[in-house]
Design a protein around this ligand. Structure first.
Ligand code: ACO
Length: 324
């Protein structure tokens, strides 16, 4: 049976660190508040460059780790809500930068769940034999769309890029994958697109502020239930039990959300890989970044059943279970 498996992982983390202490000098907050409510201690900010620059570095990292040549890539999917520009897509810029001359390249946006949506697309192309090697890059420069004067949101987010190579496998790989959207709940997490005021219709022009706006409590409620539901769904679809899970790589938004899911599922916290304390919430990049670090540290071994699970703006959610 043909499955889609992850042949290699990679990341790019910008070097500039912003600690909770630094933020407490910018807005009315404290290390104690941020740590106790979220688990985040620091985050990284991209000082110079764009999403495609980080995406390119993460892609080159994957090429080195997966033994696939750039010319052997059939498709590049970039997940981002902070692309460099409307066109060309971030994926086409990454394609040019790495020399993946045989690939078709496009962007998708499913906010923080974007990596799982990209993986779902990639799995379909691999299983239907329309592609052999698919590069997924998930990258965000959230610092561009965060209001650094709003303590409700600016303490939560960070920048970064994660990437994977998805290729054909037989005895391992994705056993089940699931994505779902709740457009009717979209108002609880929004960011207006820049420059979309129609200059032709002058009387309708308004001063657009393009910042993330969030109803934290509503998103928290959604995240806790969506995470649990998505994990139960993929485990059931793979004809496994919760106790068969070796490791969970959750979207790294908030320690308390992960703790809630752990209790609800009856799955020990040590099964959850967590690195949000050093990067904050990097939106769709958080799962592949955490996956790369977990693999590099030996926290994931051959034969493990690894769950990836995420939720985010849209609202959206998704999960997958992968035999490693
Ligand atoms: N420092 C100090 N005080 C703050 C801060 C801050 N940085 N931010 C908010 N507050 C204040 C608020 O003004 C409010 O004050 P008030 O009660 O006087 O109005 C109070 O703290 C709110 O405190 P709590 O009710 O204890 O906050 P809560 O427990 O809801 O935690 C949080 C807030 C961390 C935002 C939580 O709701 C959360 O994590 N929600 C989910 C957010 C999330 O994960 N978003 C991303 C998911 S989707 C994606 O990844 C894009």
């Amino acid at each position: 049976m043909i499955r889609a498996g992850i042949k290699g992982t990679g990341l790019y983390i910008p070097p500039f660190v912003v600690t909770n202490e630094d933020l407490s000098k910018m807005v009315d907050t404290s290390d104690e508040w941020i740590t106790s409510r979220t688990g985040i201690k620091e985050r990284r900010i991209l000082i110079e460059g764009d999403a495609s620059d980080m995406g390119t570095e993460a892609a080159l990292n994957v090429l080195r780790n997966s033994n696939v040549k750039a010319e052997e890539i059939d498709m590049i999917i970039v997940s981002t809500l902070t692309p460099d520009m409307f066109t060309p897509s971030c994926a086409c810029i990454v394609q040019k930068n790495i020399g993946a001359v045989n690939a078709s390249a496009f962007d998708i946006n499913a906010a923080c769940s974007g990596f799982l949506y990209a993986l779902n697309i990639a799995e379909s192309f691999i299983k239907s034999k329309k592609a052999k090697n698919i590069l997924i890059v998930a990258v965000e420069v959230l610092s561009k769309i965060v209001n650094w004067e709003d303590r409700n949101t600016c303490v939560l987010f960070g920048d970064g890029a994660g990437a994977v190579m998805v290729s054909e496998e037989s005895n391992k790989g994705i056993m089940s994958i699931y994505t779902k959207s709740y457009g009717d709940k979209g108002d609880s997490l929004t960011c207006k697109a820049l420059g979309l005021n129609n200059p032709f219709v002058r009387h309708k022009q308004e001063n657009i502020k393009s910042f993330v706006s969030m109803d934290g409590k509503e998103v928290f409620r959604f995240a806790t239930s969506a995470m649990v539901e998505a994990i139960e769904k993929v485990v059931q679809d793979a004809e496994l039990n919760i106790s068969d899970i070796s490791k969970v790589i959750p979207h790294q938004a908030n320690y308390r959300i992960i703790e809630y899911a752990s209790k609800k599922l009856g799955l020990d916290m040590d099964k959850f890989y967590i690195n949000l304390y050093k990067y904050g919430n990097t939106s769709c990049a958080s799962i592949p970044i955490a996956l790369h670090e977990a693999v590099s540290e030996g926290a994931i071994k051959e034969g493990d059943n690894v769950v990836l699970v995420g939720f985010g703006g849209g609202l959206t959610c998704g999960a997958t279970i992968i035999r490693w």
